[in-house]
Structure formats: C-alpha cells, structure tokens
Design a protein around this ligand. Structure first.
Ligand code: ATP
Length: 611
C-alpha cells in the first residue's frame, strides 16, 4: 500500500482556501485541457493498453498462488508445482517489463505536453505589454512558468494514469475474486473501505503538520531572499539591522525544526496504525474463509482463500488512491484554470493584421492630440501635439513625474495612446509592423539594463553579427572604449549581476554603444536624473552630441548642455506641453522653463562653472 503522498501537489486533503475557491468545471475547460492532450492521443491509447495488460499480468501471480497451493502442494504434484512457480515468476517479470515501457511512454507524453505549454506560455508572456510586467509580481510570473506548469506534468503522469490504472487493477481484481467465491469476494470488498478510511484521518493530522512546516520554510526563504539580496544586504548594513535579522532568521529556523521533529514522529505513529489496520483485513478474511470451508461449503479450497487474501492486499492501494481522486481532480482543475487565466490575458500591443512596412525609414515623429492613462481614472498625458522632422532633435524637459518617460514610451509602442495618434514617418504606429518599428528606434533608458555576462555579450545583443571592428567603433563613439581597453579582460569583462559591477556612467555609455550597433533611425535618450560626476557627464555628452546631429533624436533632458544641443525644447508639465521653442526664447519668458532653469539647470551650471 503506498504511503499517503506528501508530494508537491500538497497532500491528500484540500486546504480551507482550496475548498473555498473550488474551480468551476465547465465543458470549455475540459475541452481546452483535452486540446493539449490531443496531439498525443496515439501514445495515450498505447499507454492505456499497456496499463490494461500489466494490470492483468500483475494479478495473475496472486491467482497462480491458489493453484500452487491446491494443485502443487496439497495435490502433491511436483511437476505442476515447478511449472506454476516458473509461470508465476515469468508473469511477474513480464508485468514489470511492461510497467517500464508504460512509465517511459507516460513520462514522454507528460514532458511533451509541458514542453508545448511552456513554450506557448513564454511566447504569450513576451507579447504582454509593459503594463503587465510593471503591475505583476515577478515571482508570480516565474511561479506560473515553472511550478504551475510542472504541476501539469504531475497531473498527467500521476493523477491521470493512476486513476486509469487503479480502476483497471480494481476491476480485474474484483472480477478474479468473484470467480473464486462470491461470498468471500463480497466480504473482501466490504472489508477494504472499513480499513482504508480510518487510516485517512491519521494521515490528515500528519498532513496539517507538514503544511505548517512548509509555511515555516516559506518564511525562512522569504527572510533569506530579503536579506541576502544585493539591495537587501545594503539596507541591512546601512541601518545596522544585522542582529535583528539574525534573531528573526534563527527564530523561524527553530520553529521549523520543532515542526519537522513533530511531523516525523507523527509519521512513525501513522505507520503503526497503518500496518495494524492493513494486517487485520487478511486475518479477518482467513477467519471467514475458514468458517465457510469448515462449516458450510466444503468445495472452498485453501488455495481459494489464499488467492482472495492475496487479491485483497492488491486492492488496498487502488482503493486508497481512488479515494483521493476528488482532491486531485479539484486541485488539477484549479491549476489549469489558473494557467488558462494567464493564457487568456489579452495581448494589448500587437502587430496589426495587415501591417505597413515602409521601404525606408527617415525618423520623423508626430503626436496628434495624444492622451494616455495607465489606469482609467487618472490621465497622465493630455492632448499632446508636436512634430519632430527627420534628422532633427527635440529635448523634453519638465518636473519629475510630468510624464516625460511615458510620452516617449508611446513611440516604440511599449504602451498605446488612449486617445489621438502617434505617427512615425507619417504613419500611425499602430498600423506599422511592430518589429519593423522597434528595429528603427534605439532607446537609451535611464535604468540601463545589462545582462549578467560579458561586455561583448551585452553589446552583441543589439546585433549578433557585429564584427570586432564594429564593436570597437561603436564603443569609441560612445566614449567607453578607453575604459574597456583598460580592463584586464577587455570586451570579455563580466559586468556582474545586472551590470552592478560597473558605475552608472559606464553602464550608460555601454548601453549607448549597444544602441549604436543597432543603428536606429530615431534615437531616444532618457538622461539619468541621478547626478553623475562631471567627468562622466562630459563623456556621455561627448558621445551623444555627434549622434544627435546625424539622426532624429528625442532627449529627455535634465542638464542644460543636453538641452542646448537640441533643435527644439518641449516643456511638459502635468502631462501637457506648456511651452515650446528654443532656449533663448524660453529662458526669459518667465514660465515653467524659466523656473526649471533657475532651479534645476542653474545648479548644474553653477557646478560646471565652479569646476
Ligand atoms: P522622471 O523625470 O522623474 O523620470 P517623468 O516625467 O518621466 O518623471 P513618468 O515616468 O512619465 O514621469 O510618470 C508620469 C506619471 O505616471 C507619474 O505620476 C507616475 O506615477 C505615473 N506612472 C508611471 N509609470 C506608471 C505605471 N506603470 N503605472 C501607473 N502609473 C505610472
């Protein structure tokens, strides 16, 4: 009899939460699950056949035992005894052999179904808009991709096949029992649930302990995650909380250990109860069989009784598993429902059905009455209008939170405008082929993201086939080549977790080089707000200046030097363009720009003058 499972699926009992949130099982849901199994129906049919054969073969030795006793031993027939024993061994061997084939095929099917699911989920998630990634917890997304889909594999390998094979084993065993003796068979069928059900309540207690210790474990993982991450450690150190975190950690640890000991002892007791109960069943059957044979029906043989006892032990397992079917069923349906919810999330930004693919790109941008909101109640951009001719540059300035980043995000369609239209080279961006549009736009964002790898790998992300000369040229233009050359490993220097081994200025210059390799028609540069030292700033400025002279550029600017390099300035306040023009015209106008000049840019000017 298999032990009560404590597997990843979470034991054999539904938690209160699971009971409350029972999924609605509809025809659609079942059909949809079925659609994932459908491509493998031939293999599944074969599995079914193998299960059937191996169940029959699995039961044969028990039946042969009866013959061994009656014909071989009691009948004193040595030849038959040997033949029967050999036959029994052969059948067991064959049954196990078929079991191997079955589990191979089973694993193969399950792995392929999860492969299909993983791939299509990944595809789907990559199509999700920026909104999805900013509003969902990264941990949740990863869990969906990993453990939830892994749950599907378990359902296919465990739940599905175990139901089928248990039902078949049970039917075969019951038929065999009735063929031997109907009275004893009926008694056996009544005995089994009597002994399976009480052991279940003992298992339940053990399961709740296991759940508690799982929670303690989660808590420990949470503490570790928080305190041992780069930024977490920084916080702990800077606030001197080492002692507090240690106490928190060791308390959680102790709690878990206490629970673990309790659980493992409950396990021992559980086994005592279990083995006592399971051995009462056969004894009872011997007794009943004996009474029947001696008092009522002399045609019942010792072999018959032995067969029934042997078959009884074979139906304990299946009955026990089938009693769990409901739990597994509910859990599986909940899992599929959750996964399908993810699959059903609408793709907000998509390439249109008949996309326009212009022959060439010149890089002009126009906003016509554009409004935008992340959430329905709160509009971030209101009636934004401007035109950036090809080859020109515009600087967007404005107080923090005025919507500058939001505005530029609409051009490569990280989000779509909620009102009005954004035009690229005269065509609404929603009509252009998405990959074409994005290939023409290079963005150097404020938060430069570098993968954990070498500088070279990070640069090649822009264009895999770039030659060494092109890499060097781009890095020279981005003013980072001297730095790379000075490193011991040059381009093969590891940038560290998210590029954390590099300074902010170095990271930004590498990301400028990366964009240069992409060679976009339109450059969007979101200048870092965080103050870089003036040498770093100078280097970035020197890298940017020639770039914006040669292609269309939009600069979110915080420094006067960047602003002065642009052909036009847009002043954004609370999501509206409030002023437009050149520095000379705006600085004396007494408006928002004048104010910004005196507060933000002025300070930078003073600093530069000081140096
Ligand atoms: P900064 O100069 O500080 O970078 P910004 O002018 O670029 O600011 P945005 O980042 O465009 O400003 O933000 C404009 C407004 O939109 C802010 O009030 C911000 O809270 C809000 N906002 C930004 N991103 C989101 C988001 N993903 N979901 C909801 N609101 C957002």
């Amino acid at each position: 009899m298999p032990p009560m499972g404590m597997g990843r699926m979470g034991g054999n009992y539904l938690s209160e939460e699971e009971k409350k949130n029972r999924p609605k099982v509809t025809r659609e849901l079942l059909l949809r699950i079925f659609s994932y199994l459908k491509p493998y129906w031939k293999q599944m049919l074969l599995v079914l056949l193998l299960i059937l054969v191996s169940s029959v073969f699995g039961i044969l030795p028990s039946i042969l035992t009866g013959k061994i006793i009656d014909v071989g031993l009691i009948g004193r027939n040595l030849r038959m005894l040997v033949i029967l024993i050999l036959a029994s061994l052969l059948v067991t061997f064959l049954s196990n052999l078929i079991g191997v084939a079955e589990s191979y095929l089973n694993t193969w099917i399950a792995q392929h179904i999860t492969l299909d699911m993983r791939n299509s989920m990944f595809r789907h998630l990559q199509k999700m808009s920026q909104r999805f990634f900013t509003s969902n917890n990264q941990g949740d997304i990863i869990t969906r991709m990993t453990s939830d889909i892994d749950g599907v594999r378990q359902i296919v390998t465990n739940t599905l096949t175990s139901i089928i094979s248990n039902v078949i084993t049970l039917i075969v065993a019951i038929v065999a029992m009735y063929q031997k003796n109907w009275i004893l068979a009926t008694a056996a069928i009544l005995i089994v649930p009597l002994f399976v059900i009480p052991t279940r309540s003992a298992g339940k207690q053990r399961w709740s302990l296991a759940k508690e210790s799982q929670e303690a474990n989660d808590e420990i993982n949470g503490i570790l995650n928080e305190t041992l991450s780069v930024s977490g450690q920084l916080l702990v150190k800077l606030f001197g909380k080492e002692e507090r975190e240690y106490r928190r950690y060791s308390a959680a640890n102790e709690r878990m250990i206490r629970l673990n000991i309790k659980e493992s002892m409950a396990g021992r007791w559980f086994r005592v109860v279990l083995s006592t109960f399971t051995s009462i069943g056969p004894m009872l059957l011997y007794l009943l069989g004996g009474i029947l044979m001696m008092k009522f029906d002399s045609s019942v043989t010792v072999g018959d009784i032995t067969v029934l006892v042997a078959l009884l032990s074979r139906i304990y397992g299946p009955v026990n598993s089938l009693l769990n079917v409901q739990v597994e069923w509910i859990r599986s349906m909940a899992l599929f429902t959750r996964l399908f919810e993810y699959f059903d999330m609408p793709v907000e930004v998509e390439s249109p059905k008949d996309p326009v693919i212009p022959r060439r790109s010149i890089g002009s941008v126009a906003f016509r009455h554009v409004s935008f909101s992340y959430e329905p109640e709160r509009e971030i951009l209101h009636d934004v209008n401007f035109y950036l001719p090809a080859g020109r540059s515009v600087a967007i300035v404005g107080p923090s939170g005025s919507g500058k980043s939001t505005l530029v995000n609409l051009i490569p369609r990280l989000y779509d405008a909620t009102g009005g239209e954004v035009l690229y080279d005269g065509t609404d961006v929603r009509k252009l082929e998405l990959s074409w549009l994005r290939s023409k736009i290079g963005v150097v964002s404020q938060e430069t993201y570098l993968f954990n790898g070498t500088i070279r790998e990070n640069l090649l992300y822009a264009r895999e086939d770039a030659t060494e000369e092109e890499l060097i040229e781009a890095c020279k233009k981005a003013n980072i080549y001297d730095f790379i050359e000075a490193q011991e490993h040059g381009f093969d220097t590891i940038v560290g977790n998210r590029g954390l081994k590099l300074s902010g200025g170095e990271k930004q210059r590498i990301s400028i080089a990366r964009v240069l390799l992409k060679n976009p028609t339109l450059l969007i540069f979101d200048e870092a707000t965080s103050a870089l030292d003036s040498i770093s700033e100078r280097k970035i400025q020197d890298a940017i200046d020639p770039l914006i002279k040669t292609r269309s550029s939009i600069l979110i600017a915080h420094r006067l030097s960047t602003i002065l390099a642009a052909d036009e300035i847009l002043v954004l306040k609370d999501g509206c363009i409030v002023e437009k023009g050149r520095h000379e015209d705006l600085v004396g106008s007494g408006g928002v720009y004048t104010e910004l000049y005196h507060t933000q840019f002025g300070r930078a000017l003073e600093r530069e003058a000081g140096e």
